[in-house]
Design a protein around this ligand. Structure first.
Ligand code: THU
Length: 147
């Protein structure tokens, strides 16, 4: 079981926030995921001039972790300079519900990292949309002739 404590994960999110690329909103967000094995994987928000392409810190961290092969998350910390800490947006809640359903969500204001608010993913997104993965879905290279 992961040993890292809440404040350490929040601090990792605060450090990751320094990597934010947010020239349009100037709202920098950092996120840190803790895996059951004790690994910490981080991310920060990245914005685009085509605003809708922006990716939140939570999703950058989650995509980093998933593509590194991680699947079992016990907590995610999110830090920004905002009263009470940043609440994950709807898109991030959906991704957390799919890939980190049991993770504790810890949010903190960068000016007071010790004051952490805790949520469950279920609280943040009750009745999440789910799709059962298809058992015989084709994988790259498994295409049948003529299909
Ligand atoms: N943002 C995050 O990274 N995470 C959140 O939880 C809320 C919003 C980012 C997206 C955008 O770059 C900026 O904050 C302002 O919306």
């Amino acid at each position: 079981m992961a040993k890292l404590n809440k404040l350490a994960l929040v601090r990792a999110a605060a450090r990751a926030r320094r990597g934010a690329v947010a020239p349009y909103s100037r709202f920098q967000v950092g996120a840190a995921l803790l895996t059951r094995s004790g690994q910490v994987i981080t991310g920060a928000n990245v914005e685009s001039a085509s605003y809708g392409l922006t990716c939140c810190a939570e999703r950058v961290a989650l995509f980093n972790a998933l593509t590194a092969g991680q699947r079992d998350f016990v907590a995610v910390a999110v830090v920004a300079r905002t009263a009470g800490g940043p609440m994950p947006c709807g898109a991030c809640r959906q991704l957390l519900a799919e890939y980190a359903p049991r993770a504790a969500v810890w949010v903190a204001d960068s000016r007071s990292l010790g004051a952490v608010r805790a949520f469950t993913v279920k609280e943040l997104l009750p009745a999440a949309f789910v799709l059962t993965p298809k058992r015989n879905a084709r994988r790259p290279g498994s295409a049948r002739r003529g299909g």
